[in-house]
Design a protein around this ligand. Structure first.
Ligand SMILES: [Zn+2]
Length: 475
């Protein structure tokens, strides 16, 4: 992670003083229109869209998992959403808090020992035969992006609950204690940085992160307290080395490879690194009717040229790297005023961090040059840096074995999306299971996985955990 000094060194200005905007303030206002206390709304209709008739079924038949029960639990959680299309349950919001409370009750009913840790992660423990052994961790998240779906994070969280239900039904007693975790603010829509709960656990928070405030003037620390967490104690929460046996996460693919290949299960090789920057351009606001074209300092024109440059640079070399500008704030923002200010993120992803740093430098150089041509000032600040993480070969091997016994075909693949397993990889060996996303759609209302696909994923999670419980030590 970046230290504050490294962070400051990354700041680059062309016209200097005009751009003294504090980074924290920008993060709050530009990216996070959340934080208002609203009453959570119940949604029953259209929580998941059925696939078109005639689509071929996948070849995986869950034998243990209660598919209907798991599906109903997913539907139950989908009711916690802010109004509007799709599901909006942003991390650190009233809807998300209500969802956490609902889930906590379900964990208690299964006899789990439930707690909220310092970073507002929901934790549920199931005793093992030997509680002196390092615990086996698994789980996911239940927060969503605005107008997202009901499968990203939820499949893994409720698949984990289904695993506990199966163990209870079959009176399975593991050797090790089990720790089911629902990580807080994984998407990072609110406060602008993802993987919050898992980074907090792994000791990877940025300096000053807890003090950042949102549009409503509410600090991240305050939101943690509303959930029952204790921000002051976050520094103490990082587990001692060797105290976690492993972490396994079930998740939807969020891409289209499994769906297109009609493969029911994915075993993840590694999670790509994600580099995020915030670019601020400042020109001069003036009358759109009276200012000649050659006398303008138009921040949005410069932004447009930079967006095209991002695509050009990212596609200029072979590989699976991707680069995105997914947001734009323009000020003052009126049809008859030349845009004075444009603020937008640049996000890059790949399995190689070295490549990401190199691409970011190329983008910075080109963008600075384009901004100078448009006579606007330029600032490119690092916002977050998530290192790529590889899953443990022994975990992948046990997953392969378990999938073989389930007679399900699997695809070994990289994850293009970030996950809490990435931060957990700093603490222990990690593994991830993917289930198909219809048409590769995710972070949108059309996100969908079929009931039997979700059930297959949960069943593989169950068998994997039982196998990992038997491993004495990873090598
Ligand atoms: Zn997710």
């Amino acid at each position: 992670m970046l230290t504050r000094r490294q962070f400051n060194r990354h700041l680059l200005t062309l016209t200097g003083a005009a751009l003294a905007a504090p980074a924290a303030g920008l993060a709050g206002s530009a990216l996070c229109p959340f934080g208002k206390l609203r009453a959570p709304r119940a949604k029953d209709e259209g929580w998941a869209q059925e696939p078109e008739a005639g689509e071929p079924p996948l070849r995986c038949f869950p034998r243990l998992v209660n598919t209907e029960r798991l599906w109903e639990t997913l539907q139950g959680l989908s009711r916690f959403s802010a109004p509007g299309e799709g599901t909006t349950r942003v991390g650190f919001s009233p809807e998300d808090l209500a969802g956490h409370n609902w889930l906590m009750e379900r964990f208690r009913r299964e006899g789990l020992e439930v707690s909220i840790d310092a970073a507002a992660n929901l934790r549920a423990r199931r005793a093992g035969q030997r509680d002196d052994l390092p615990a086996l961790w698994f789980g996911s998240h239940i927060d969503t992006v605005p107008h997202g779906g009901n499968f990203d994070g939820c499949v893994g969280s409720l698949g984990a609950l289904e695993v506990i239900r199966l163990m209870n039904e079959n009176t399975v007693r593991t050797q090790r204690p089990l720790e089911l975790v629902i990580f807080s603010n994984e998407e990072g829509v609110h406060y602008g940085r993802g993987l919050f709960g898992s980074r907090a656990l792994a000791g990877l928070l940025e300096p000053g992160e807890l003090e950042e405030v949102d549009d409503e003037g509410v600090s991240l620390a305050e939101w943690i307290r509303r959930y029952g967490g204790d921000p002051e104690r976050i520094p103490e929460m990082t587990p001692a080395e060797g105290s976690l046996h492993a972490y396994v996460e079930l998740h939807i693919e969020q891409g289209g490879r499994l769906w297109q290949g009609r493969i029911p299960l994915g075993i993840v090789e590694g999670i790509v690194g994600i580099l995020r920057y915030r670019v601020t351009l400042e020109g001069f606001a003036n009358h759109a009717g009276t200012t000649p074209m050659d006398q303008r300092r138009d921040a949005l024109v410069a932004a447009s040229r930079i967006i095209l440059a991002v695509r050009e640079i990212v596609t200029a070399e072979p590989g699976r790297q991707v680069g995105t500008v997914g947001q734009m704030r323009v000020e003052p923002g009126a049809p008859n005023i030349i845009p004075e200010r444009a603020v937008f993120p640049v996000e890059l992803r790949d399995l190689s961090m070295e490549k990401l740093d190199r691409l970011a430098e190329q983008i910075r150089e080109r963008a600075a040059h384009l901004a100078a041509e448009e006579k606007v000032s330029f600032l490119m600040e690092p916002v977050s840096r998530h290192e790529p993480a590889l899953t443990h070969p022994q975990i992948r091997h046990r997953m392969q074995q378990a999938a073989g016994e389930m007679r399900a075909s699997v695809l070994t693949m990289a994850s293009g999306a970030g996950h809490d397993a990435q931060a957990m990889a700093k603490l222990c060996p990690v593994g991830m299971i993917f289930v198909p996303s219809r048409d590769g759609i995710s972070h949108a209302p059309g996100e969908y996985s079929r009931p039997e696909e979700v059930a297959c994923g949960a069943e593989l999670l169950y068998h994997t955990l039982l196998r990992l419980d038997q491993i004495e030590r990873f090598n």
